[in-house]
Design a protein around this ligand. Sequence first.
Ligand code: NAD
Ligand code: TYD
Length: 350
Amino acid sequence: MKTILITGGAGFIGSHVVREFVVKYPEYKILNLDALTYAGNLENLKDIESAKNYEFIKADITDQKHIQHIFETYQPDGVIHLAAESHVDRSITNPLEFVMTNVIGTVNLLNSAKSIWEGNYEGKRFHHVSTDEVYGTLGEEGFFLESTAYDPHSPYSASKASSDHFVRAYADTYGLPVVITNCSNNYGPNHFPEKLIPLCIHNILNNHPLPIYGDGKYTRDWLFVIDHAKAIDLVFHEGLNLEAYNVGGFNEWKNIDLVKELCRQMDQKLGREQGTSEQLITFVKDRPGHDLRYAIDATKINQELGWKPSVTFEEGLSITIDWFLSNKAWLENVTSGDYQHYYEKQYTAE
Ligand code: NAD
Ligand code: TYD
C-alpha cells in the first residue's frame, strides 16, 4: 500500500485533491496534514472523513521537529504539497507569515522527504503545487509558458516563487524526484469567501456591495477546482521528474465582466429581476502592485498528458453558485470569526 501525504488538505483546493485520491485510490493510504488555519476547514471533507484509507493529522509545516516525526512515523512514498498562505491581500499586510509557511514550511517538507528517502528515490515523488502568479504580469497579449522567467510582484507570489526555486534546488542538489504544477485562479465549491468569486456570491446573497479593485479591467484565467485536482492526479502519476506543468482554464475574464456574469446567474437563480445584483457593484481603492493580467498556456499538459478542463466556465460557475446556495450554513460558519475581522479591516477604510 502506498502512503501519500497531502499538505493543506483541509483548504479549498487541497480538500478536492484529498477527495479525488481517497475515492479513486482505495489502495493508497491518504494522509491529510493541515494546521487548520483560518482557511482550513474539516467540514470540507465531511463526506470522506470515515473512509478506511484516510487519516487527518493536525500539524504546522513550520514546526520542523513535528514534521520530521510525522515523516518518520508514516514513511510517505509521495508528497503533494498544497499547504500555504494563499491570499494576496493578506500577504500585503503580513508578508512574514507568507515567508514562514510558504518558504520555510516547504523547505521543512523537502528536508524530511530527503531524510527518510535517503537517496533511494524509486517510486518516490514530491509534487509541489504552485501558481501562475510566480511569472508576474502580462500586458494585453501573450501567455505564460513553463519557460517564462519568474517575476513575482506580491509578497504572496514572491514566497511561492521562492518555494519553487527551493524545490528545484533540492532536485538539482540532492536528486530529489520533484514535479511542479503552476495553476491559474481556481473557483468552485468550498472556496474561501475572501477571494473574488465566493466573496461576491456571499455579498449578493446578503445585498452587500461588490468591491471591485481599481477599474475592474484586471484579467484572470479561471479554472474549475475539480479540473485542477484531476490535473494534479495526472501530473503526480505521469508527469516527468523535474518538469513543471502549467495548468489553466483557457478562460480569461476581466474582473468586472466576471462579476457581471455572476450577477446575471445569481439574479436568475434567486428569481430576482435581471440587473438587481449589478447595482451592488462598487469600485474601491486598487490593490497595491496589482498584476494586470494572468493567462496560462496549458499546451504542454494537454499535449503530453492529455489533460483539459472538463467544464465550461458558465457550467462551472453555475455548479459553484448552486453549491453555495445549498450550503449557506458552511458560508455563514466561515464568514464569522477571523474572517469577519479581516473583512472589516480590508474594506471599511474606503
Ligand atoms: P487555502 O488558503 O484555501 O488553503 C490552504 C490550506 O493550507 C488551509 O487548509 C490551511 O489550514 C493550510 N495551511 C496554511 N498554513 C499552514 C501551515 N503552516 N501548516 C500546515 N497547513 C497550513 O489555499 P488554496 O486556494 O486551496 O491553495 C492551495 C495551494 O494551491 C497553495 O499552495 C496555493 O499557492 C496554490 N494555488 C492556489 C490557487 C487558487 O486559485 N486558489 C491557484 C494556483 C495555485
Ligand atoms: P483573488 O480572488 O484575490 O485572486 P488573485 O489575487 O490570486 O488573482 O482576486 C482575483 C481578482 O479580483 C484580482 O484581480 C483582484 C480582484 N479583486 C477585487 O476586485 N475585489 C476583491 O474584493 C477581491 C478579493 C479581489
